[in-house]
Design a binder for this molecule. Structure first.
Ligand code: NAD
Ligand code: MG
Length: 350
């Protein structure tokens, strides 16, 4: 089965002509969506809480800012870009009361719809445009003339204009320059959670940490272990990014390639496959979502404990010292209590 890819020519910008798009939230994704859409000629308004620190930033960027409820009233299309854990509260208080027939409600991730936390009224269209990249890249790649690929979904097209509007939105965001492909809220949510848990965040972080610890525990120098298990990972991933595993294997030595074939599957074996399936099962049956929602409703104690436990890991201390000597990497240091601010600062890591 091959997915249909949609490019600029498959998305008609006129579907958004004369329409106003409200971007709710101005964080990682919010700033990128608001600025890219505005530069693509779409009428944009940013909806923020009255006391939001993002107000000044959005206004400085030349954007029109309103309270969330007013922005929803002023808009034909409403894109919700507040953190997934805050979406239900913002939706219940300031979005739902103002929704009306003909509006298109958009998400950039399916979590709240998939797990039934937000249940939009039948009169609105419901869709998704989920860029497959962090917000600062959605912005900077667009500015450079390119685009970040995205998934899109049309969950409900009550007006009959939902689908063309979703595609026009993806085009204005720059995503159809790279290609967008159609999905459902269910597929996007489950694969997104699985990808970040199994590979992108969870699997990679655990693999790097364990390899670093194994070398250090065996008496090797921590600095060397850092270069070997963390620093070089980017160089390898860059090869995969450009040409897949084949290009990575073409570029490394035959010795490295042979070790890849014989030792990789020895580590990541069928017992890992079984546990990957269990992780996927918890995502599919809602176990993970329930746990994360409950964690947020009870003060995030476990989350903060886990975060603190890893923050000062030896690999982070060694890495910070080494990166400080490599200013050309544009190193970033994240301190306790600051993790959120740094991670969501528009342009962070650029
Ligand atoms: P974020 O944490 O960067 O920013 C959210 C913004 O929402 C804040 O800057 C603030 O302006 C506002 N906000 C925060 N708390 C609020 C509250 N309680 N009430 C009202 N406004 C509040 O969020 P993000 O990472 O841009 O995520 C937004 C959506 O985009 C989520 O659905 C996420 O899953 C999705 N997404 C994110 C990424 C990414 O790389 N960050 C990638 C794809 C999809
Ligand atoms: Mg993702």
């Amino acid at each position: 089965m091959t997915a249909t890819m949609y490019y600029d020519n498959d998305a008609d910008p006129s579907a958004l002509a004369g329409q106003t798009v409200a971007i709710i939230g101005y964080g990682s994704q919010g700033h990128a969506h608001a600025l890219n859409l505005a530069e693509s000629g779409v009428d944009v308004v940013v909806g923020l809480a009255p006391g939001s620190k993002s107000r000044a930033l959005a206004e400085e960027a030349g954007l029109r800012v309103m309270d969330v409820g007013d922005a929803v009233q002023a808009a034909d299309v409403v894109m919700i870009l507040v953190p997934d854990t805050a979406q239900k509260a913002v939706y219940d208080a300031d979005i739902a009361p103002h929704l009306r027939a003909g509006q298109l409600l958009l998400f950039a991730h399916g979590f709240n719809l998939r797990y039934g936390r937000i249940d939009p009224p039948a009169v609105v269209d419901v869709g998704m445009v989920a860029p497959k990249g962090p917000g600062h890249l959605v912005r900077s790649v667009y500015q450079a003339g390119g685009g970040v690929p995205a998934l899109f979904a049309v969950d409900r097209d009550e007006s009959g204009t939902g689908r063309p509007r979703v595609l026009a939105y993806a085009r204005a965001l720059g995503c159809t320059r790279a290609g967008v492909l159609e999905t459902t809220f269910k597929e996007e949510t489950e694969t997104d959670l699985f990808g970040e848990q199994a590979v992108l965040c969870g699997g990679t972080a655990a693999l790097v940490k364990m390899a670093f610890e194994t070398l250090v525990e065996a008496g090797y120098q921590p600095e060397l272990a850092y270069f070997e298990t963390m620093h070089e990972l980017k160089l390898i991933v860059d090869l995969m990014y450009r040409g897949g595993l084949n290009f990575m294997r073409f570029s490394v030595s035959d010795t490295a390639e042979y070790g890849d074939y014989v030792s990789g599957p020895r580590l990541i074996d069928d017992s890992v496959r079984e546990r990957m399936r269990a992780v996927l099962g918890d995502i599919q049956d809602g176990t993970f979502a329930d746990r994360w929602v409950a964690e947020n409703e009870t003060g995030r104690h476990e989350f903060e404990r886990l975060r603190a436990a890893d923050r000062d890991h030896q690999i982070e201390q060694v890495g910070a010292r080494l990166r400080a000597q490599m200013p050309f990497l544009d190193p970033v240091e994240v301190h306790a209590g600051q993790a959120q601010a740094a991670a969501t600062r528009p342009g962070a890591g650029r």
